[in-house]
Write a protein that binds this ligand. Structure first.
Ligand SMILES: [Zn+2]
Length: 460
């Protein structure tokens, strides 16, 4: 019997409004958590540690005795997770850096195929990579040991590239922390979190945590918290999902199908006015902030007592910034909820067995045919939309097919002639076909998918 795929979902819960005292505790932990992470980033992101990040126990042990935990008076349950999370981020940073190096090596015309093979091999074997960076002895990898190479030159190149592109991660926002199952207890009323006083718990009223055996992420907001945690769910196969859906992901409307149905109507206009207002406010704030800072610096250099006053104004201004971030996050959550609700509606109503969309357009190739701000905003949600489509497909055992976007834009879906795009409309003078650009594109996706992914024209 075939076992169903297990998919990890992120569930989110919101607490009720919390007391000032509880909020202060949570904010304090989030701040210390951020401090610990930044400390770990600063101390362990260097080349010395590149091969000492796994297993994490070594670093946990060093950090246990460095005095930072005592200094912060931070419960071990938060302290150690901050360390593990930061080490995970550093590992992620290295793997991204290695990807970057791989592409730089591939593009470098001064390297021979053998050179590249050697460098790629070094990037693959972390212990060798670490030895090269730290100028230590190492055994030549099996793959390249019989090839004659200018090892010194290649190793120098690698060191230089790492020096140039290595960036220490840094966490700016101190608004969330992780807690493992031994750091809390949960019942039907809520969460009881480990506090800074041994054997005392801080109560957070929130429904639905269930049995306490998973790691929670606590996101500290204005006067409540958002709690997220992974949940394993079985992918389900729905017997009545038998249709193939051809979908165009748009700038204004989220999804337009080849049958004409639209989901996420005017997503663009939903996010625009709010964003516009916020970005305007923030520009103004940025100007004021810069002016205050300049005055404070000037006062400091002249040793006048005005400095404190300007610094105080700076701090006040920063509260405004916190409020702005809060509003921005609310807006993002609202938009994401809208996207998810509309995608769920699409699955429910269209009952797809298969969804065909286009591959993401690579940078700088998107054509310009709607309002700039609309486009900017909806583009920033496009990655999210794509991720959610992919996720919901896995969850419902729906096949997701991505075809090239070539030939889906300018060609008439009815007769195949080159058509005209007038604002949001598509007009074909050859056959008289007239629809929206989105519908025409979705119909082209259908046409191309049905012809086996082939298209006649190179036009976009
Ligand atoms: Zn036509």
């Amino acid at each position: 019997m075939k076992t169903e795929e297990i998919i990890t979902k992120t569930a989110a819960l919101y607490s009720r409004s919390l007391t000032d005292e509880t909020m202060e505790f949570l904010r304090g932990i989030a701040q210390d958590y951020c401090k610990v992470k930044n400390y770990v980033y600063g101390r362990y992101s260097g080349i010395v540690y590149v091969n000492r990040l796994t297993p994490v126990y070594g670093i946990l042990n060093e950090m246990r005795y460095c005095g930072l935990r005592q200094q912060l008076n931070m419960p071990t349950v938060y302290y150690e997770l901050a360390i593990s999370e930061a080490v995970g981020d550093i590992k992620g940073m290295w793997s991204m850096l290695k990807n970057k190096l791989r592409s730089l090596i591939n593009e470098n015309e001064n390297l021979s195929e053998e050179d590249r093979l050697y460098l790629r091999t070094v990037l693959k074997i972390n212990s060798v990579f670490a030895a090269v960076l730290n100028r230590q002895k190492y055994e030549m990898p099996e793959k390249t040991k019989d090839i004659e190479l200018d090892i010194k030159r290649l190793n120098n190149l690698l060191c230089r590239l790492v020096r140039r592109h290595l960036k220490t991660p840094k966490q700016q926002k101190a608004d969330c922390f992780l807690v493992s199952s031994n750091g809390y207890r949960a019942d039907e009323n809520g969460l009881y979190l480990a506090s800074r006083t041994p054997r005392r718990r801080v109560f957070v009223p929130v429904k639905g945590i269930g049995e306490a055996d998973r790691q929670l992420r606590i996101i500290v907001r204005g006067d409540d918290v958002r709690i997220t945690f992974p949940v394993d769910v079985e992918a389900r196969k729905r017997g009545d999902y038998t249709n193939t859906v051809y979908a165009y992901i748009g700038y204004s409307d989220m999804l337009t199908l080849s049958n004409g149905n639209v989901y996420g109507k005017e997503l663009g206009s939903l996010v625009t006015p709010e964003t516009e207002r916020l970005s305007e406010k923030n520009n103004e704030r940025g100007r004021i902030y810069a002016a205050y800072r300049k005055k404070a610096e000037q006062a400091a250099s002249e040793n006048t007592e005005m400095q404190d006053e300007w610094l105080e104004k700076l701090r006040e201004n920063n509260f405004g910034r916190v409020k702005y971030d809060e509003q921005k996050r609310r807006m993002r959550e609202k938009t994401q909820n809208f996207i998810n609700a509309e995608l769920n509606r699409m699955f429910r109503e269209e009952k797809p067995e298969r969804i065909v969309i286009t591959k993401p357009v690579t940078k700088n190739r998107a054509k310009n045919y709607s309002k700039p701000l609309n486009r900017k905003m909806s583009r920033s949600f496009r990655g999210y939309i794509r991720d959610q489509i992919a996720f919901k497909c896995r969850l419902n055992t729906v096949e997701l097919v991505e075809i090239s976007s070539k030939g889906t834009g300018g060609i008439c879906s009815s007769c195949g002639s080159e058509g005209k795009r007038v604002k949001a409309d598509f007009v074909c003078e050859a056959c008289g076909y007239h629809s929206t650009i989105a519908v025409n594109s979705a119909r082209n996706i259908e046409r191309i998918a049905k012809s086996g992914g082939k298209h006649d024209e190179d036009a976009d």
